[in-house]
Design a binder for this molecule. Structure first.
Ligand code: COA
Length: 359
């Protein structure tokens, strides 16, 4: 108990065969495969198969016909509520009462349905109904079908932007939402409960998923055409430049590298401004903290890539959740196989024993 670490930083809480960021090397591997090899070669749904089943022959299926009960157009809360509801709608068994294969199939159904819920919620937010199934069926990949369901059309540039973003952010070790999913799974709850708990954890702005904060910064630099001045002003006012620095990586974030390349390939109108701001920010941060590596993180070019696909900033946490269904599903299954309840300890620092009258 003497080595209490606030925020559990550096505490090894689980062993995993799925993925863990390579802190020094600036690489991210899913089941040992570098994400550089996946992007542009296999679509997201097969990356789901790699993460969950360790196989590229398996993939996340299409969602089965299902009508969410009550969509508000607020995608993160719609997703959390509707995913929790699926536990009873589909009569999902508790993990403690299922075989691995059945749990895996529940996770596949849930993952596909969760993407469909987000697309339908986004359509509601746009003031229209989702596209009919025959329109969606014209799509090839999960990303294309997602856009068809939401908007009734799927621009190939938008499909590529979303597929790349989803692959890059499909899994990232024991982050807060994945830990939440594993804790819930460790109690023997059903997969719907574990997935919806993860969505709740992810909805907080500190858990990434907030490229929304990057776009206003880019707008400001585009307006003033003075990236150095912008950076100087933020740092002098003790502010933080959004999209730089990372708790885990002490090298370039590999996801940022891929997303930057993609933003350029897709001809993002914000690319030039983003690159200018990145250059000024990295130079200033290096000068200020020569002994501490602060590199571009996943948020910065995620914002630019999602902007190419015309994703409204308020939808970005739900887009992140769509990506992360693969990582969550893989971890829930891995947790089930360990079969051990997660229950750490707390150090009590409250009042000493006293009588009720002393309160
Ligand atoms: N802009 C300005 N200064 C930064 C910075 C940034 N983006 N990131 C780190 N620093 C500075 C801090 O001010 C601190 O300086 P100090 O010691 O003089 O106070 C030092 O670097 C260490 O910061 P700390 O927060 O302890 O480092 P960390 O590695 O734990 O931080 C983040 C990780 C992500 C919280 C941090 O880099 C950050 O706030 N980034 C901006 C927000 C962001 O992009 N979030 C999305 C993350 S995916």
């Amino acid at each position: 108990m003497s080595d209490f670490k606030p925020g559990l930083e550096g505490v090894v809480a689980i062993q995993t065969e799925i993925a863990e960021p390579d802190r020094e090397g600036g690489a991210l591997r899913y089941r040992g495969v570098d994400i550089e090899e996946l992007v542009g070669h296999v679509p997201y749904e097969k990356v789901w198969g790699l993460l969950v089943d360790e196989s590229l022959d398996s993939a996340m299926p299409d969602p089965e016909p299902y009508e969410p009960k009550s969509l508000t157009g607020n995608a993160p809360s719609d997703l959390q509520a509707e995913t929790a509801r699926l536990s009873s709608e589909w009569d999902l068994k508790k993990l403690v009462d299922t075989e691995d294969e059945e749990a895996r199939d529940d996770l596949a159904r849930l993952s596909a349905q969760m993407m469909s819920i987000v697309a339908k919620s986004a359509a509601v937010a746009d003031g229209r109904g989702p596209a009919p199934d025959d329109v969606v069926a014209q799509g090839d990949t999960a990303a294309e079908k997602f856009l068809l369901r939401w908007r009734g059309e799927a621009d190939p540039r938008h499909v590529k932007a979303i597929d790349t973003y989803w692959i890059c952010t499909a899994e990232h070790g024991l982050n807060a939402s994945t830990f939440t999913a594993r804790i819930t799974a460790s109690t023997g709850a059903d997969c719907g409960a574990a997935m919806s708990a993860a969505v709740g954890a992810l909805s907080g702005p500190l858990h990434g998923g907030a490229p929304a904060r990057v776009l206003p910064m880019l707008d400001e630099v585009a307006r003033t055409d003075d990236p150095q001045g912008y950076v100087k002003q933020v740092l002098e006012s003790k502010g933080r430049i959004m999209g730089f620095g990372h708790r885990v990586y002490r090298a370039e974030d590999p996801r940022s590298r891929i997303l930057k390349r993609t933003a350029k390939e897709l001809g993002s109108p914000r690319f030039e401004v983003a690159e200018a701001l990145e250059g000024s920010a990295l130079a200033a941060l290096r000068e200020r903290k020569p002994d501490y590596v602060i590199a571009t993180n996943v948020e910065f070019y995620s914002a630019v890539v999602l902007d190419v696909a015309e994703i409204p900033p308020e939808l970005t946490p739900a887009m992140f959740a769509c990506a992360r269904v693969a990582g969550w599903a893989a971890h829930i299954l891995e947790e089930k196989r360990t079969g051990r309840l997660i229950r750490p300890s707390a150090r009590y620092v409250g009042p000493a024993a006293r009588s009720l009258s002393a309160v």
